[in-house]
Design a protein around this ligand. Structure first.
Ligand SMILES: [Zn+2]
Ligand SMILES: [Zn+2]
Length: 282
């Protein structure tokens, strides 16, 4: 049997275009080539809709939403250039990772219109406009605002449902990211109210024919489970939803990290490793 080809459809954040990543995008592409990738998706974060949604390290540097839009323009130019330059070595799918803060729908539609990416990754990093995955402190802030872990998870999965319905992303990013700083997540994902929302979203993903990100960033941080906890992966397999690895790399050392292991897990569970071709739904 042919070995399944390496792939990552979520990652390639670079220090060149993202303040919390490292290295130049070209070095990251070269790292993928060196590690045997023939196909990769590069999905830089979209610029914020306004200054209110700058990441802490962006505000610290005195950047504005306008600056980040300019930077994103350069990202799109560069990733398309690299796509051509390296096309005989690797197929680069040009993507971007979206958000769910106030105003995200027209904002993302405008970005799709301006840059026509090959596909988008639909992610939720905010609940009620509070970013929760940047640090434990930010997570606590969002938790305090929601009142309980349960309320926070419910809000997250409702926002995710709205985002999937409106943006129809080719890839749904780190589906269970909401558990990032919650030690009790294993039980929480199966508490009745939350699990009902999870199943609702999974059925929507199945119905819309979308792909799920098997997000390996937690492994790079030394954690045990990718996003798509093992317990959810079983349900997803039973539903027949395609799952594709995403290294969520933020530097050349992380490019392709843990992908071989992720593919072995997916193969063992009987997932199809004929990876789907990214496309843009309009
Ligand atoms: Zn990032
Ligand atoms: Zn993300």
């Amino acid at each position: 049997m042919e070995p399944s080809p390496f792939i990552s459809l979520h990652g390639g954040h670079s220090g060149e275009f993202c303040c919390h990543a490292k290295d130049r995008l070209e070095e990251i592409i070269q790292a993928y080539i060196k590690r045997g990738f023939k196909r990769v998706g590069i999905t830089e974060h979209i610029p914020p809709v306004n200054d209110r949604f700058l990441y802490p390290d962006e505000s610290k540097q005195g950047l504005t939403a306008q600056d980040l839009y300019q930077k994103f323009t350069l990202y799109m130019k560069e990733v398309n250039r690299l796509k051509q330059v390296y096309k005989s070595y690797i197929c680069i799918h040009v993507g971007m990772e979206t958000e769910t803060y106030t105003g995200y729908i027209p904002h993302v539609e405008q970005l799709i219109h301006d840059f026509t990416p090959d596909y988008i990754v639909g992610s939720v990093h905010h609940v009620d406009d509070i970013g929760f995955d940047y640090s434990k402190e930010e997570y606590e802030k969002a938790l305090c605002h929601c009142g309980s872990h349960e309320a926070m998870y419910l809000r997250y999965f409702d926002l995710q449902h709205e985002m999937i319905t409106t943006l129809r992303p080719f890839v749904v990013g780190h589906f269970d990211l909401i558990r990032i700083y919650d030690d009790g997540y294993e039980k929480r994902l199966f508490s009745p109210k939350i699990h009902k929302r999870i199943l609702r979203n999974l059925h929507l993903i199945k119905k819309m024919g979308l792909v799920m990100d098997y997000n390996l960033r937690p492994l790079a941080r030394g954690e045990k489970q990718p996003y798509l906890s093992q317990s959810l992966l079983k349900t997803i397999k039973a539903l027949g939803i395609p799952v594709v690895p995403g290294d969520d790399s933020h530097g050349k050392d992380q490019a392709g990290g843990h992908v071989a292991r992720a593919i072995r897990t997916l193969e063992k569970m009987g997932f199809d490793t004929h990876w789907p071709e990214p496309k843009l739904y309009r």
